[in-house]
Design a binder for this molecule. Sequence first.
Ligand code: J2J
Length: 544
Amino acid sequence: SDDILERVVPWPADLAHAYRAAGCWRGRPLGSYLWDWARRRPDRVAIVDGEVRLTYRELAERADGLAAGFAASGLARGDTVLVQLPNQWEFVVVTLACFRLGVAPVMMLPPHREHELASIGAHVRAKALIVPDTLKGYDHQDLAERVAATLPGPARVLVVGDEVRAGNVDVRGLIKQSGDPEARRQWLDEHAPAASDVAVFLLSGGTTGVPKVIGRTHDDYEYNIRRCAAACGFDPDTVYLTVLPAGHNFPLANPGILGALYAGGRAVLLPSPRPEPVFEAIEAEGVTVTSAVPAVVLKWMEAAAASPRDLRTLRHVHVGGSVLAPEVAARIGPSLGCRVQQVYGMAEGLVCYTAPDAADEEAHGTQGRPISPFDELLLVDPDGEPVAPGEVGELLTRGPYTPRGYFGVPEVNRQSFTPDGWFRTGDLVRLTPAGNVVVCGRVKDLINRGGEKISAAEVETLAQELPAVAEAAAVAMPDPALGERVCLFARLHAGHTLTLEQLCAALTARGLAAFKLPERLVVLDAFPHTAVGKADKKVLRTMV
Ligand code: J2J
């Protein structure tokens, strides 16, 4: 854990003091809330996953059981584990067990493969990987074993499923552990992590080739959850439907699953955002709120138009992660019979929400206001000078839940943060007179594919390693369904050829997640270059 502390960038001491004094940071680890919830509402259902319904007491008991099981398997406070699980009840138990023991889960996504797991696993020095046995016909246990073998230190493979191979750890077995629950609870309380420890590592959309992870402390993440839940009016009657991958900040904690639990409500988990199961779950479980990216909401609207459904319990849908056109925002309410709340957020911290009862102008045309009065926003021009009120600028931000640096990458931090600790969001925004953010574009070099962020540099670096490729540049190509898709421009070495199929096969063989694969390849004889000799993406974007 000394390791982690050295690689985490803390808030300045005076500000940390101020955030504590103001009541933002409560000095309690996230795991300590679990039994508060369980004592208050022991028999209320907290988590629904298909046939499985866990009450708050069952959730707390299982999380404690697993935390003790983690400890018995050799994990300890300060360790990091890669978590790659689909939306299933065990994901929630794993996350809470990690919070209890002070083990920091790194929230990987199910489509990630060797490339992502191995580079991030090495970066955080993961002590274990927690994966399903198989998912969509893919053997994650095998993937985890291969990745574990590449890591510098020993790493266990913990498996959620029926087919746990010898040498690996059966997570469901650990959850069901026997032993005295009361003694276990006391032991975990006594060995709880500090509130200033990292509770969870989130992945950054990232614009660089190197992995960027964000260590969110118990203090800062609890505040984030509390404020998001308040901004969205979550209460014990909230039934939140989880459709996006639960490891994303948005469905996990803004307010998402953890916000629903925090408020005493309920989280319903679905493995995917497909319209039919979503509509069925809304009807069957009386879902009051869900969150989605614009690409998903568009699909729901199409499906609802084709066969109208009774979604009367649904009050709000939170939409964010990529640009939502005002015309589309205006159609969501009539189409799904609910109100839309736009959200502009980032794994790095800052979250903005439109109010649950906002007038149409705000709800449809803006991405809302920061959830905390302690959030600082500064809009600057390319020279770093503040822009005039109402003008567009790059958004810089600081605040009680926006950490001061990525984990363990001081050189990257010097570019991503100003010397005064402002995080450069890379987003171009303007502020309305009422103080609402309107996202207008971005200066960072990534592709936003239906809300999934893809680092251009990551794809380019892998592509350039292929024997045929002399030079490569990934740019966003506009797409009506997903907003953007990846287009790769490439110059080839003399005598070589390359098709899109060959390119994708080669990148897949190198372990790149499928959602990052280029969906168009343009081979150029000559590349447009900037004055400093880099690929001129402005020109390439006009060509796309
Ligand atoms: C345009 N672009 C947006 C929006 C995020 C809540 C909601 C989203 C995320 C998320 C999140 C946008 N309109 N409404 O973590 O808690 C783009 C911006 C931003 C980047 C962050 C949450 N909302 N974006 O999307 O870390 O470019 O978080 O900087 O994945 O998504 O991406 P990410």
